[in-house]
Design a binder for this molecule. Sequence first.
Ligand code: PMT
Length: 416
Amino acid sequence: MAELCTTVSPASLQGKRILLGVTGGIAAYKSAELTRRLKDEGAEVRVVMTKGAREFVTPLTFQAVSGNPVGTDLLDPAAEAAMGHIELARWADLVLIAPASADVIAKMAAGLADDLLTTLVLATAAPMLVAPAMNQQMYAHPATQANLATLKTRGVLLLGPASGNQACGEVGPGRLLEPLELVAMVSAYFVPKSLLGKKIVITAGPTREPIDPVRYLSNHSSGKMGYALAEAAVAAGAETVLVSGQVSLPVPPGVRRLSVESAAEMHAAVLAEIGNSAIFIGCAAVADYRLASVAAQKIKKTSDELELKLIKNPDILADVSARPDRPFCVGFAAETEQVLTHAESKLQRKKLDMICANDVSQSGLGFGCDDNAVTVLMRTDAGAGVRQQALPAQNKRLLARALISLIASEYLSRHG
Ligand code: PMT
């Protein structure tokens, strides 16, 4: 019987001091939400606004959401008395500029310091993260691209931009990333590199089992959970291989993705990669069965009934776990009833180190959604017992971070 351990995931930015620079642009309104999300993760946030930003959102908004005075002017005696700009530059653990306009990016590249924000940028030794947001033509302009390249060579980390519909009616790259995406990236910056030098293989997404040249059997997995795990594994310093079924998600930076279709292809790709791996996470929704024989031509509608004969697919996770050189093995169990009982039986049957019991009967969680919640079942050191830790409903990217941190600490406690 599983023993209950704890029910919360730690705030990823607890005690971190973030200086948030907000510049002029329609996306400035998203920075208020960003401030709130950073605080939710435990960060202390101080906001500095340029003159342009104050045309879109008032300092009072940021004062209310951050709980701190907002910096606007370099030569404001009252603000300097509260916390001088040099003090503020030293205070920050990290500077995040979001949204960063083409103008502020150009000033930063040129080393100008004609307002509070650009002065702080020169005066701080803190790491700098910049999230550009502007019209797609302005973003594509060679001057902006050259300025961004200059910032990159100085160690500035660029976050985004995203591509899509813009406020000006155009479509293309230049949208500010969503607040939650930015929070995940800021948190990743502070993640201890506990998996440095370790290789991790993760499966994600659905498999497709062909029926004929135009049809297949599949499921509703979007790949979001597995891709979020891969992103979090990279943030923890791991060499990360993502064996992915067919999904429409971009490859997270730093991840090596191997694209597959069927369970048999996923099985072969995983076994080819697993030899020198420290950790394997099976997050994919793998089809348990495939067609006994795939029709060479499109099946015609010649009768009222059609029988398909299915045969069992190889179990990728069980095969990895049975290897003599087995890595630390983590499974997922998507269940609609008796979730913990079924998950625990999979943990035992497949001889896993951990399994994430995933109740997919709850609306808004699990397959296809942005959010998820799991209860992690872990073998105790002695091997016979099972500990349990609930990770509550949250965005999959945040959940993935909590999971990778748990996996890393369990793995390291056994393998050093
Ligand atoms: O992709 P998303 O839309 O983000 O949704 C995420 C998810 C719900 C798919 C994910 O969180 C999840 O729960 N994945 C497991 C889905 C599943 O169907 O599990 P299962 O109970 O059938 O399989 C148990 C475990 O064995 C899983 O780790 C699975 O990857 C693995 N398995 C199963 C069959 C098989 N032939 N080979 C396997 O490796």
